[in-house]
Design a protein around this ligand. Structure first.
Ligand code: ADP
Ligand code: MG
Length: 212
């Protein structure tokens, strides 16, 4: 299979080519089409299997030309660590800048001063965040998530085992019911299954774990 077969828009296809991504990985082959169709998706695949682009490409494809107003973000990507927040936002920025109207992406995480993050929030379309700092920003009204169209939970297993369950639940309560939810994880724990059951509607489940 090629990326062309996945019906991604030409701006994204040419950026893939420019960055020498020749063909999709197995998880990318299977999740990109249902995400483009607007379905909720749970993708389970081991570390290093290309889960970031599996959701970043269709997310950008669906959101292009949608812009945020009044601190209402278009998409929220929740991640367990600062390192991952930075890494994922860099990937989104790389592909977003190929679009005719690039979406503005920002990473926020704890352990650093909140004020600079608050000041930059006005124009953000896609927010990549760790749960604790995100909740702080929501409580300060620096970011609004009531109109978020796409929610991504990346490394859901790690986010849950890091003890973020309470923060995550508070955040989920503030999201609109009508949204697309994408859940990615390297492992399928009971907690991950619980999130899938509580949060995803009619999900397409793709599990490319190799049996041990
Ligand atoms: P995961 O989130 O599943 O751990 P990543 O999304 O971080 O994996 O991707 C792991 C590495 O594989 C990254 O360096 C990424 O650039 C690379 N990669 C992703 N998709 C492809 C692809 N289709 N072809 C080649 N390399 C890819
Ligand atoms: Mg990952």
């Amino acid at each position: 299979m090629t990326f062309q077969d996945l019906k991604l828009s030409s701006a994204l296809l040419s950026q893939l080519e420019k960055n020498q991504f020749a063909s999709p990985t197995p998880i990318q082959e299977q999740v990109i089409a249902p995400i483009l169709e607007g379905k909720d998706v749970m993708g389970i695949a081991k570390t290093g299997s290309g889960k970031t682009l599996a959701y970043v490409l269709p997310l950008l494809d669906r959101l292009q030309n949608k812009r945020s107003e009044n601190r209402e973000i278009q998409a929220l990507v929740m991640v367990p660590t600062r390192e991952l927040a930075v890494q994922v936002s860099e990937t989104i920025i790389l592909f977003s800048k190929a679009l005719k109207n690039p979406l503005i992406t920002m990473a926020v995480y704890g352990g650093v001063s909140i004020n600079p993050q608050m000041m930059k929030m006005n124009t953000v379309d896609i927010l990549v965040a760790t749960p604790g700092r995100l909740l702080e920003l929501i409580e300060k009204n620096a970011v609004k998530i009531a109109k978020t169209k796409i929610l991504v939970l990346d490394e859901a297993d790690k986010m849950l085992s890091a003890g973020f369950q309470a923060e995550m639940d508070l955040i989920f309560n503030r999201l609109p019911t009508k949204k697309q939810t994408l859940l990615f994880s390297a492992t399928l724990s009971n907690q991950v299954t619980e999130i899938k059951e509580n949060l995803l509607k009619d999900p397409v489940v793709i599990d490319v774990q190799v049996p041990e």
